[in-house]
Design a protein around this ligand. Structure first.
Ligand code: FEO
Length: 394
């Protein structure tokens, strides 16, 4: 019996996707992993599967530990295709495995794969004895799909947390204590901001519920990235902090430009912000992935959005970014807009509308300038930046 054993009888059987760079639009320059787990006792449970293209690797990993016919349960914590793409094949190859999912998970599995599967449903608080080990199920609806749930091994205090507490990062290492803490913070934050930020209130509620249930956690094993065994509560603390919208004195200036005028404004504004001792990050949208901008925004108190006017409205790529931002509803941010125009404005008004719809508090009127900014007008930009930075520090 080989395999990577996390605790006695609990194995990682997932795969590393070194080459994925676009995860349904979310850029993943460092790849990811699809973690699946095997719990071996008198009965044997496979927790989650992997993307369809990695089926063979999953099966090889499982076979290193047990014969496929010996698997008694297939537990589906989450139906998204990166975890169930290989579901139909896995079910065929494990003929004795009972399928367990939440009620919502069952419905989604049927909608994805047809109704020829016998799927048993579990609810929060239900338990399943594997012999010496007991699995307990905790539904986590909308973290981040309706079907989502955690599976907890009571005796080993291991929490299989599905997508929660994950990171998109391919590595030859599997555990938090094998890599730098700064890498964990960065990758977990990026993942949180782009996938879970919208659900911050639910995350806070979940953390409270789990604490009140008195569940002890020695290990958190998510479906992506590193397994938290050194200090599993560290990532829970980070999630609580991010969900509450904690930030630092930092401003993200996100902008695009046609002939350079809005960019000149962005640079002038950034100087004013720096003069106030506030960190600033300038990001031109066409050169920066949306998901990277969102990661930078996570710990920033402020966001300034710059757009030239094109055809009486905002520059289309700015609209694309703001639509993405609006969906994530970042917490406790302040913002404002700026931009240049030729013979008629309009961009800042439509950009500000989306900024407000994203839940960002707009703290000043937009700064709009015609054609190319003069030296005097650049001074105005600097002042605009200073005033905004002061509000960031309040
Ligand atoms: Fe990793 Fe929601 O899938």
């Amino acid at each position: 019996m080989k395999g990577l054993e996390l605790k006695k009888g609990i194995y990682w059987v997932g795969v590393v996707d070194w080459n994925i760079r676009d995860f349904h639009g979310y850029k993943t320059p460092d790849g990811t992993t699809y973690n699946a787990y095997l719990v071996v006792d008198e009965k044997i449970a496979l927790i989650d599967t992997v993307k369809r293209q990695f089926l063979d690797e999953l099966i090889d990993n499982v076979r290193e530990i047990v014969d496929l016919e010996k698997i008694d349960y297939l537990i589906v914590n989450h139906v998204e295709m990166d975890h169930t793409g290989s579901f139909p094949e896995v079910v065929k190859m494990m003929p004795n495995a009972k399928i367990l999912a939440t009620k919502e998970g069952k419905n989604e599995l049927i909608k994805h794969f047809g109704n020829s599967y016998k799927i048993n449903t579990v609810d929060s608080g239900d338990t399943l004895s594997l012999g010496k080990k007991t699995l307990s199920f905790i539904k986590t609806p909308m973290l981040h799909w309706p079907d989502s749930m955690f599976t907890y091994v009571v005796e080993d205090k291991v929490l299989f947390s599905s997508d929660a507490f994950g990171q998109h990062y391919a590595s030859s290492y599997r555990f938090d204590d094998e890599v730098d803490k700064s890498l964990l913070h960065e990758t977990a934050g990026d993942y949180f901001a782009n996938i879970l930020w919208l659900y911050s209130p639910l995350i806070l509620q979940l953390i409270e519920n789990v604490q009140s249930m008195g569940i002890e956690i020695e290990m958190i094993a998510p479906d992506h990235g590193f397994i938290w065994r050194d200090n599993p509560l560290q990532v829970v603390e980070w999630y609580a902090m991010w969900s509450q919208g904690e930030s630092k004195d930092k401003v993200v200036i996100v902008y695009d430009t046609m002939w350079g005028s809005t960019e000149k404004m962005a640079k002038g504004i950034s100087k004013g912000i720096v003069e106030e001792g506030v960190e600033v990050k300038l990001l031109r949208i066409r050169d920066t992935y949306n998901s990277y901008i969102i990661k930078e925004l996570l710990d920033s108190r402020g966001i300034l959005v710059g757009t030239p006017t094109l055809n009486n409205g905002m520059f289309p790529v700015v609209g694309g970014f703001l639509t993405y931002l609006k969906g994530l509803r970042p917490k406790k941010k302040i913002g404002a807009c700026f931009g240049s125009y030729g013979w008629g404005g309009g961009a800042c008004a439509s950009a500000q509308e989306l900024v407000e719809q994203a839940g960002i508090e707009v703290v000043s009127d937009p700064l709009e300038l015609q054609w190319v900014p003069t030296i005097e007008e650049i001074k105005k930009c600097r002042e605009f930046g200073k005033e905004f930075a002061k509000k960031v520090k309040e």
